[in-house]
Each structure stands twice: as structure tokens, then as C-alpha cells.
Design a protein around this ligand. Structure first.
Ligand code: 5GP
Ligand code: SF4
Ligand code: MG
Length: 451
């Protein structure tokens, strides 16, 4: 999911729309914008893309200096209107709107406890748990209630909370999910899942919200509080590999450059004699360029993407996913016919995409197809907010690399190693749980899948 918030801008509603729009790649199931105007919060939200869910012309007439936006793909909780965010609620602290990116690994235990204590849940999303924890808190101020509530959450999360007097942002103690702070030249404060959303409203990146930190923004400026001591940092490596937009920065360095580095490392580790390097658009193109640079094999556009279709993994079931891939990609004969192709993809999750693409390339006349994956085998499901696949669907979990090569129909298949991934990422402090490196936050037994 994606979260965007702005405080202190006369066009807050419209700016929130733009900022949230630039995070559309982070979720396409539902979207919404909440605007604070004279102590009242007005929410527009619905299913689908932001432009389907919210009409910008309605926002243009919406007064208010503070707004919060959200785009969602479901991890916990069904894909339905009830779960669309921002969530609105009325508490003894007044109205609150809440937007969440991530997945709470202890949401079941919390939900059961809250339900036993009499809480009534409207939807099935785990974000509602925070709302109830705030409402239940006996602490006298919203700041205290919020930090008490946040301290009970386990897993990956970034929250934006809009209240009558202030805007809050918080990030999980492990730093799994991202949240950055920016400021516009006119002095408005911005919170966003990625820096590309800061660019959208001309805000300058100031810093990231720290793991375990809650910030409060109001007319006096920004205040920081540790609601929980930070744990050892485990930032999501998959944000770099695939999820974030390439023009977003990660601690000052562009995602695009990091992806190119992944491709360079891959070429060092898994060289292959070939005539052309082709990337799977769009997310793999930087890695394919990096592979081409290091190997000296020319890069070309052997696959074309239909831009009018959402990311395949968003489609909630397998049938849809397969037809979505078919609609989405086609091969350029002139680039691949009669040639040995190195096909670079950023990740291989279920293998559905790869199998179909290799078939496409062969139909277009490719002589050989050597698949190279710019990340290590994806073996374990994510429980912290990225993937919706269950363990059983993860191709690398049950098959060896050779069996996988057979399954996808490649002449050869190789992955980037975990060591190579770490080299490309640079500094320490990454979550690599989906690559078989262990879960930094223990996962509830009954949670079968993550996301
Ligand atoms: P699959 O192997 O499941 O058919 O799809 C892998 C492709 O989906 C890769 O091209 C990759 O860009 C994209 N992808 C990246 N992240 C995810 C994810 O979290 N889930 C799924 N299913 N696909 C993803
Ligand atoms: Fe990211 Fe993988 Fe960790 Fe999930 S398990 S937070 S996808 S690195
Ligand atoms: Mg892809």
C-alpha cells in the first residue's frame, strides 16, 4: 500500500491527490483521500484506482489545509469497499482518519482480545486494530493513546493518522516499511511512503521517519517521540528489488541505480554467452541494463508492455493473473528472432510470468532463452506487507533451480546470490526473510500467509 499526507497547504486536498497518485504502483485495489476542514474530516474513497475512487474536481472545491491519502492492495483482509482507506472513526479525541501500509503479524491475537472486550469491527483489514487500540486506551491525550497503541503492534507498518489538531506518522520498530518526511518551499509538511510523492508536490526530502518513531505535526512544527525502542533495522529489500518506483530515493540513492547494480552483480555471478539482453518491462529494465553493461552484450527492448493494465500480481486469483500477463506483454520479433537471449527479471515468485514470457520469445523466433533473476530464490512468504502469495505457490520453495528451468521452459536459469544481493544493496540492515534468511519479527503460528 501507499500512504501520503500533507499538513499546512491551502490546496491540501488536491496536493494529497497528486501525491497519492504518484504512489499508485503500490496498490490498485482501492484508494481514498481524507481532508480535515474546521475540525471535520471528509473522506472520499472507493474501489479501484485513485482516479476511479476519487474525483479530483470534487477535491478542488474542498477547503482544508490537512489531508491524508491511501492506495491499497490487500494483504490481510478482503478486497472490498469496507476495507478501503483512510478509515474514519469517531473517538473521545474527536474524529480520526487512518491510513496504513504493511501487515501486522499479531493482528489476530489483538483482534480476538479486542473483540472479547467488546470492540465491533467493520471490516476485515488489520488496520482497524490500531483504531480500536486508540479508542480503548485510557491515556488522557491522543499522543499518549496513539503511542500506547503503536507499542502493541508487531510486524511491518507505516501509519498516517489525521486528527483534529495534528497529523501523525509512525513507522515499525524494525524499519520494515518505509515512510519519509518532506517539506515544501511554502512550509507545508509531507509524509509519504516514497520520495517520488515528495517530488510530486515540490517537497524536499528531510529524513525518514525512524524505526519505532512517531512524529506529530501541527502548527508548532514537528515533534518526535519514540513509542518503542528501535529494534535491529531490517528494511524491506523487496522495495529496492521491485516494489518502489525507480525515481524514488533510498537514503539518498536512487532505486534505479540500485537495480542497475543488481544486474551488474548478476552478470558477474551468472555470465552467459548470448546476442542480446532483454528485460521484462518495466521493473526489470534497470537490472537488464546493468547485466548488459557488465557482460558487454547489447541491451534491447525485446518485450513491450501494454501500459493500460495493472501489475499482474494485483489480480487476486490465478486465472486472472494468467490472462493479465497475456494482455500485458508481447515480444518484438526483430529483436529476438534467431538470437540467443538473456532474459532478465527482477524476481520469480510463482513462475507464471516467466513461463509465459519464455513461450512468447520462442514463438517470436528466439534461438535460446537464458533466464537470469536479479534477486535470490523467493522461498518464504512475506508477512510484513508485500506479497499475497501463500507458501505453496512459491515456485522456488518446492523446486530446484534445474526443475524450475524446466518448468519455465528456459535453456538455463540462474539467480543472484544472497551475498550478491547484499553487495548491490550496499549498507547493512535489510530484511531478506523471503529469500530464506529468517524472519526478523516472529510470525503468529496461525498466520498462513502474509502480505
Ligand atoms: P511470477 O513469477 O509470480 O509469475 O511473477 C514474477 C513477476 O512479478 C516478476 O516480473 C516481478 O516483477 C513481479 N512481482 C514482483 N513482486 C511480486 C510480488 O510480490 N508478487 C508477485 N506475484 N509478483 C511480483
Ligand atoms: Fe520485504 Fe521480503 Fe522482508 Fe517481506 S520478507 S518485508 S518482501 S524483504
Ligand atoms: Mg516484472
Amino acid at each position: 500500500c501507499g500512504v501520503f499526507a500533507i499538513w499546512g497547504d491551502p490546496e491540501a486536498a488536491v496536493k494529497a491527490y497528486w501525491g497519492t497518485f504518484s504512489l499508485q504502483h503500490r496498490g490498485q485495489e482501492s484508494a481514498g483521500i481524507a481532508v480535515l476542514d474546521q475540525g471535520q474530516i471528509h473522506v472520499q474513497k472507493g474501489m479501484g484506482l485513485l482516479q476511479e475512487a476519487v474525483k479530483i474536481k470534487d477535491l478542488a472545491h474542498q477547503p482544508g489545509q490537512v489531508a491524508l491519502g491511501h492506495v491499497r492492495y490487500s494483504t490481510t483482509g478482503a478486497s472490498e469497499a469496507m476495507n478501503a482507506q483512510p478509515l474514519m472513526m469517531h473517538t473521545r479525541f474527536g474524529p480520526l482518519a487512518l491510513a496504513h501500509n504493511g501487515n501486522l503479524v499479531n493482528h489476530r491475537a489483538l483482534r480476538e482480545r479486542l473483540a472479547q472486550e467488546g470492540s465491533i469491527f467493520q471490516g476485515t483489514s488489520d488496520s482497524e486494530v490500531l483504531a480500536h487500540l486508540i479508542a480503548k486506551s485510557t491515556r488522557p491525550t491522543l499522543d499518549q493513546a496513539l503511542s500506547e497503541a503503536l507499542a502493541q503492534l508487531e510486524g511491518g507498518f507505516a501509519f498516517g493518522v489525521l486528527a483534529g489538531e495534528a497529523l501523525y506518522g509512525a513507522r515499525d520498530p524494525w524499519g520494515l516499511r518505509p515512510l519519509v518526511i518532506g517539506r515544501t518551499p511554502a512550509g507545508a509538511w509531507v509524509l509519504a511512503s516514497e520520495t517520488c510523492a515528495l517530488d510530486m508536490v515540490d517537497a524536499i526530502w528531510l529524513r525518514d521517519v525512524e524505526p519505532g518513531e512517531m512524529v506529530r505535526i501541527d502548527e508548532h512544527g514537528i515533534m518526535s517521540e519514540r513509542y518503542r525502542p528501535p529494534a535491529e533495522t531490517h528494511a524491506c529489500a523487496f522495495e529496492v528489488i521491485y516494489f518502489s518506483r525507480p525515481d524514488s530515493l533510498w537514503q539518498g540513492r536512487s532505486m534505479h541505480l540500485k537495480r542497475r547494480e543488481l544486474g551488474r552483480q548478476l552478470a558477474e555471478e551468472a555470465p552467459q554467452a548470448a546476442d542480446v539482453v532483454v528485460g521484462v518491462p518495466d521493473s526489470s529494465l534497470p537490472a537488464a541494463m546493468g547485466y548488459a553493461e557488465t557482460s558487454g552484450i547489447p541491451f534491447d527492448f525485446g518485450l513491450v508492455k501494454n501500459r493500460y493494465i495493472a501489475r499482474t500480481f494485483i489480480a487476486p486469483n490465478r486465472d486472472h493473473r494468467e490472462s493479465a500477463v497475456r494482455l500485458k506483454l508481447s515480444a518484438v520479433k526483430e529483436v529476438v528472432a534467431g538470437r540467443r537471449v538473456v532474459l532478465v527479471d527482477d524476481s520469480l515468485v510463482r513462475g507464471t510470468t516467466s513461463r509465459y514470457i519464455i513461450q512468447l520469445l520462442r514463438q517470436a523466433g528466439a534461438k535460446e532463452v537464458h533466464m537470469r533473476i536479479a534477486s535470490p530464490p523467493y522461498r518464504d512468504p512475506c508477512h510484513y506487507g508485500i506479497d499475497t502469495s501463500r507458501a505453496g505457490e512459491l515456485a522456488a520453495r518446492n523446486l530446484s533451480v534445474d526443475e524450475l528451468a524446466d518448468m519455465v521452459g528456459a535453456d538455463s536459469l540462474a539467480y543472484l546470490s544472497v551475498a550478491g544481493l547484499k553487495r548491490a544493496l550496499g549498507q547493512e540492515g535489510w530484511c531478506l526473510a523471503c529469500f530464506g534468511q529468517g524472519y526478523p519479527v516472529p510470525v503468529e503460528q496461525e498466520v498462513q500467509h502474509g502480505g
